[in-house]
Design a protein around this ligand. Structure first.
Ligand code: NDP
Length: 287
């Protein structure tokens, strides 16, 4: 009993240790943000703009990206531009990174945040849809990382991967989405170990998010989840902060995500009771 308690005490100590984040850490940094046309990615772009970073934003919808870039320039970005395209296209990740290389000749931070559409319901057996989602939500993250790594090694920069509680704990009605997020955890945690062994000074931060009030998330699950979603603006700032501080993992919102993960770690196999409003049923979730 002593060793797990000691582990818990140490974890709590390091969790609450004071951290000296300073917004000036981002001034003049060259940052790519994916999925920046809406939701959390858009808010990340606005915070970075206020912090006077150089920004390269990407998503599919050009009209939205144009507006976000305009707003970023108003907010004080050192520079802001966009490349539009779909991460379903296997050549697109390299196109985005090449744009950064041609414009800046280097890169300090890569924030991988985009996701493709996935339905919230029983898995319908469509393997093609899982494959497509893996391409968008997982393989494009790998491809962006591979293309950006030479520049990030040079700048001793940071990779920030936006994931979810669904990438740590399986839950019903999100099988394909959850698979792509578990894949991110496996890949980037392994890569982090390799960086340490090889003395590559590029940090990898995995952001484990709970329910956040973006338009798409609220539209998809507000009829299922009763709890109030956390604000996307604060979430975006925490993502930047954890990346700048080179943290291994961010849990946001800390209370909700932290307690779920703690329960799973100290009592694996335990069950919690959940209510699915959409399907009018109560089910047990195995941690
Ligand atoms: P949104 O749906 O609001 O934004 C998704 C972004 O990805 C948009 O900019 C969208 O722009 C872009 N996108 C969609 N499809 C593609 C594609 N094929 N190629 C390139 N870009 C694409 O998502 P959120 O802001 O809610 O989520 C952001 C991140 O946070 C995701 O990784 C998500 O898994 C994670 N997260 C969110 C939670 C939440 O409750 N909101 C909870 C847990 C994790 P466009 O349509 O213009 O391409």
């Amino acid at each position: 009993i002593f060793i797990p308690l000691l582990g818990l005490a140490l974890a709590l100590y390091f969790y609450s240790a004071p951290e000296n984040f300073n917004e000036e850490m981002l001034r003049g940094k060259r940052v790519i943000v994916t999925g920046a046309s809406s939701g959390i990615g858009e808010q990340v772009a606005y915070h970075l703009a206020r912090m006077e970073a150089h920004l390269l934003l990407t998503a599919r919808t050009e009209a939205k990206l144009q507006k976000v870039v305009e707003r970023c320039l108003e907010l004080g970005a050192a520079s802001a531009r966009y490349v539009s395209g779909s991460m379903e296209d296997t050549t697109f990740p390299a196109v985005v990174v090449r744009e950064a290389e041609n414009t800046w000749g280097g890169l300090d931070m890569l924030i991988l945040n985009h996701i493709g559409y996935s339905y919230f319901n029983y898995f319908n057996g469509d393997v093609g849809q899982v494959r497509k989602l893996l391409e968008t939500n997982f393989l494009s993250y790998v491809a962006m990382t591979v293309s950006a790594l030479p520049m990030l090694k040079e700048s001793e920069g940071s990779i920030v991967v936006v994931s979810s509680v669904a990438g740590k704990i399986g839950s019903p009605f999100a099988a394909s989405y959850s698979a792509t997020k578990f894949a991110l955890e496996g890949f980037f945690s392994s890569l982090r170990h390799e960086f340490i062994i090889d003395k590559v000074n590029v940090s990898i931060t995995l952001c484990i998010l709970g329910y956040i009030n973006t338009e798409n998330a609220v539209r998809a699950i507000s009829h299922v989840i009763r709890s109030t979603p956390a604000p996307k603006e604060e979430c975006a700032l925490e993502i930047i902060r954890s990346g700048a501080l080179r943290q291994r993992e961010l849990h946001y919102p800390p209370g909700a995500v932290g307690s779920l993960l703690l329960l799973r770690n100290i009592a694996p196999g335990s069950r919690i009771c959940c209510q699915c409003l959409a399907h009018q049923q109560v089910f047990l979730l195995d941690l």
